[in-house]
Design a binder for this molecule. Structure first.
Ligand code: DC
Length: 216
């Protein structure tokens, strides 16, 4: 079977992985799935239905009934509250199992696809020919997220942002179910000192090397 250009982009919150994934998708004319939105939608559904995030059965039910359309247009999913709720429900194996098929189906599209998240290169598409693990220091990530949110009118302190990022890193990397970890064959891209332009350029070079290696 000929391989298609599946690009797996993993990394912690506010590392730049979403922007890089979206730009790679545009560059190669591929569909893009921000898988964090799936977990954000599940977390927000649990809260909207009046359940506690500690209620695993409610979270699994929300994941099983998720309609994954229009998520990128839903402003509520971009908030810190949604990110926190996502990180909580993402620890439940039943939630991850319920979201597995749709992510794998997305990756199997003819021609390929770009997916970004935490476990794309390790669990969702372990055979992806191109894998990136995008990271940056917690301080730089907190400052990026703080700038994004304050620019949109949210009133939030930088220190609170940094604490939130650290808690989220710990939870995402420390959970038993599909923890955030760099796949053995993923290329590390540290964006701490890089502009968006420079980070995208580096990402494109990584994908070009993978294409050459796999004849894609
Ligand atoms: O990438 P993001 O900030 O939108 O992700 C929100 C949370 O969802 C993140 O803290 C962990 C979880 N997540 C996950 O566990 N697996 C993914 N593939 C994507 C996100």
């Amino acid at each position: 079977m000929t391989q298609s250009l599946v690009i797996a982009v993993d990394g912690p919150a506010a590392s730049g992985k979403g922007t890089i994934a979206a730009r790679l998708a545009r560059e190669y004319g591929l569909p893009h799935l921000d898988t964090g939105l799936l977990y954000r939608a599940v977390g927000m559904k649990v809260l909207a239905d009046g359940h506690d995030l500690a209620d695993e059965a409610a979270a699994v039910a929300a994941a099983q009934s998720l309609v994954p359309t229009g998520l990128s247009d839903d402003e509520r999913l971009t908030t810190g509250e949604a990110g926190e709720a996502a990180s909580r429900v993402a620890g439940y194996p039943g939630v991850r199992a319920a979201l597995l098929d749709l992510q794998q189906a997305f990756a199997r599209q003819p021609g390929g696809a770009v997916l970004d998240g935490r476990d794309i290169g390790t669990v969702i598409t372990p055979d992806a020919p191109a894998k990136l693990f995008v990271t940056a220091t917690p301080e730089v990530r907190a400052s990026r997220r703080w700038k994004q949110l304050t620019a949109r009118g949210f009133d939030i302190a930088y220190e609170a942002m940094l604490t939130d990022i650290r808690i989220r890193d710990e939870r995402d990397a420390g959970r038993g179910a599909a923890p955030m970890v760099q796949a053995e064959d993923a290329v590390l891209l540290d964006t701490t000192d890089l502009s968006i332009e420079a980070a995208f350029d580096a990402a494109r070079r990584i994908v070009e090397a993978a294409r050459a290696k796999h004849g894609l």
